[in-house]
Design a protein around this ligand. Structure first.
Ligand code: GRF
Length: 211
């Protein structure tokens, strides 16, 4: 667990589900793998997900912010994104050092992105430019079976309005083995993601501090 200090940086982690990447960040915060860094808030667009329990067990405040009430009230995605950004700033009483999307399943608008000048990073289970958007692992595995690719990968990148297209911070190739099933490939990818997300956050924070 992190110790608080004057130069400690507070990050916010956004999730939508299981939260295994959030757990990797929880385990790394305040250690030499992610020094002077603590998770100040975990945000989920879905209530009751396992990732929220992980945050609660680690004593990290949580915020559930669902899109459905906005849809039901005929309000726009931009309204949701603006209110979400404002709610995060209110809860933190200021700007975080970094926003981390770790399995957050909404595409965020330009309004949301510009509300966080600290920068937003995203974890995506594919190589840069390869399988943008949802179901990237399934699509990579199908491409392998059709003989179109022999590897896939993962990346952490800065978030821009074009989905999964921002500047790459770190990426890693992951071979697809002839013996792989979708499940074994997913398992190997998730294991690697848990290292890359921690390293990616550390590098993103370091790069920011030299700018
Ligand atoms: C990860 O594979 C991430 O790359 C993708 O969603 C998954 C989230 O997994 N965008 P978890 O909730 O961190 O276990």
């Amino acid at each position: 667990m992190s110790s608080s200090g004057a130069n400690e940086r507070t990050i916010v982690v956004f999730i939508s589900g299981f939260g295994s990447n959030l757990q990797a960040l929880i385990d790394a915060q305040g250690t030499p793998r992610m020094p002077n860094t603590r998770i100040g808030l975990v945000v989920s667009n879905r209530s009751g997900v396992h990732g929220l329990k992980r945050a609660e067990s680690a004593g990290i405040p949580t915020l559930v912010f669902a899109l459905k009430p906005y849809r039901d009230a005929g309000r726009s995605r931009v309204d949701y994104d603006r209110d979400l950004a404002a709610a995060v700033h209110t809860r933190l009483q200021g700007e975080p050092a970094l926003v981390v999307l770790a399995g957050f399943m909404h595409i965020l608008s330009a309004d949301f992105i510009s509300a966080f000048p600290c920068g937003i990073v995203n974890l995506h289970p594919a190589l840069p430019g390869a399988f943008d958007g949802a179901h990237a692992i399934e699509r990579a595995f199908a491409a392998f079976q059709e003989g179109r690719v022999d590897l896939t990968g993962i990346m952490v990148h800065w978030v821009i309005p074009e989905v999964d297209r921002g500047e790459v911070i770190l990426s890693k190739e992951i071979p697809i083995l002839p013996s792989d099933t979708l499940e074994t490939l997913e398992e190997r990818i998730h294991k690697e993601e848990h290292h890359l997300i921690v390293e990616g956050v550390r590098v993103a924070l370091e790069n920011k501090s030299v700018v």
